[in-house]
Design a protein around this ligand. Sequence first.
Ligand SMILES: NC(=O)c1ccc[n+]([C@@H]2O[C@H](COP(=O)([O-])OP(=O)(O)OC[C@H]3O[C@@H](n4cnc5c(N)ncnc54)[C@H](O)[C@@H]3O)[C@@H](O)[C@H]2O)c1
Length: 557
Amino acid sequence: MALDLTAEQKALGKANANDVAEDLSRRGFMKSVGAGAVLAPAVAATYYGYEASQGKPVKVALIGCGDEGGILLNEHDPKTVEIIALCDIRPYNQNRIIEGEGPTTPRRGYKEIYGKEAGEKVRNAHMYTDVKEMLQKEKDLEAVIIALPLHLHKPVAIDCMRAGKHVLCEKLMARTVADCKEMIKVAKETGRILSIGHQRHYSLLYAHATDVINAGVLGDIKHIRALWHRNFSWDWKPDGKKIVENVPGIRQPAPMFRDGWFQPILQMDYDALKDKFSQFGYNSVEELVRWRLFNRTGGGLMAELGSHQLDAASIFLGKVKPLSVQGVGTRSFFGDVHDEKDRRNPRGIDDSVFVTFEFPGKNHPQGPHKGTDTHDVVVLTYSSISTNGFEPYGETVMGTRGTMVVTAESELMLYKEPEPGKGSPAKTTMAKVETVGNKPAMAAAGTWGGPPPAAAAGAAPGIAGAGGPVSRGYKEEMADFAHCIRLWKNDVGYQKNSDDKYVQRLPRCHGEVAMADAILALTANLAMARRQKIDFDLDWFKSDSDKCPDTGVEHKD
Ligand SMILES: NC(=O)c1ccc[n+]([C@@H]2O[C@H](COP(=O)([O-])OP(=O)(O)OC[C@H]3O[C@@H](n4cnc5c(N)ncnc54)[C@H](O)[C@@H]3O)[C@@H](O)[C@H]2O)c1
């Protein structure tokens, strides 16, 4: 079962997902579907329990205005989170965050969102290169959103919390597990909110998927297959030219391959930063621009891509802690950063990773039911490669009665297992849910093949992403952050619950939750580097324990 489904199979899978959700919703198993409405997804604010409009927007600075900073700026709602200052050191990105890439692109820019005048005001008066200077000068600032390279997450988040600001920091939480623990400690000491940007915690599509899994219709889940494959091996041909030398505006040597992580270095950025990179925490301008390719500044494919999908898989499994990880990481296509003559887009990180995790199944002693069956494990494989993009990115959850496929954070598909001897699971149509014992279950397919139902072929409403764009969760994560800030009283977040009592309200992906994701990704890296199977220690997941998987590991290149 792969993610490379045909359009017809996809349409069928989406129709199946809608059918199952409809049945489950009627039976009260779909919390993420609005009450009374058949397959109208719940309003995110209601489902996640935040107020969409806060009355008074939280005043925020965006630190790191690169690719992801541009997405966050695009997705935020100024009525909830008002961005009053920006901080970045690359002139190109300083300009791009203001001007944007066009009104219909995913990076519309500050001027498009706040208006021309406001854009110029921020460019001239509230654009910083130095975080500490910004924290000193911006007296109205309540919070920051950090979209910086990984190695800077901890120091900058801590500086901001110590300056009294609440922090929403991009994933991966930090470069080491000890760094994650320090961030949590400072959040507690300073009484600040620390939220981490794993957006799947705020995606309704993942909430639907989790509802379906929790209802039990997939049967006994024993395998999850997640992957993120891209092909970065094509020649780099700017403007269609084959020549890669002497491209105007690009510092030489230019990239050899069209590799999204090996960005060309713009002459304007090089001129501005060639004497300053060390002051901003880098060994070179190359390291600053291509930080993802170095083990010191990034955490490789596991941190950048794998962490998202391990997060998703662990949400599906009820956020249980993993048992073990092993894997193979290779750098077999691109060049080595230590070889100065090697022009093959050199790097320090692996260009392909393949890891296998064991998670506790339902009846395992560490599983959700705290059973006694130590054989009850779920095997999760994760691969990320850079030289073939045949399959897109996504997760496949395989149970004894059915399979769930989530692709590209936007589509949800379901397939049931066929009756013995009755054909391929990817082609089966799905009868509605039936009751087995007192639980919902997918009936085995009695038929297979056939055209998708009409509703699925067009713009079907419902949960499966067939009816239009699906929010990936960025908007919701920023709204939830703002909501927590507005509730923050006496340095502890409280809100009234239905009994009129005050209860603590932390963001859904607060420090402890995100640290578990960091442990998954960083321990997988260790297992690959050591070529060992590593058993997880539950103390690693406790923020008040000094135990960490990566103590003493140095990340030099
Ligand atoms: N949640 C997601 O889906 C998602 C997707 C992409 C990236 N990210 C995360 O967002 C973060 C940023 O990634 P990106 O793709 O935007 O990288 P990027 O290189 O495009 O942007 C980083 C920006 O930080 C700036 N910067 C670097 N050092 C600085 C310093 N000392 N002071 C001020 N500015 C500095 C750079 O000039 C650059 O503009 C990373 O942690 C990444 O993992 C998350």
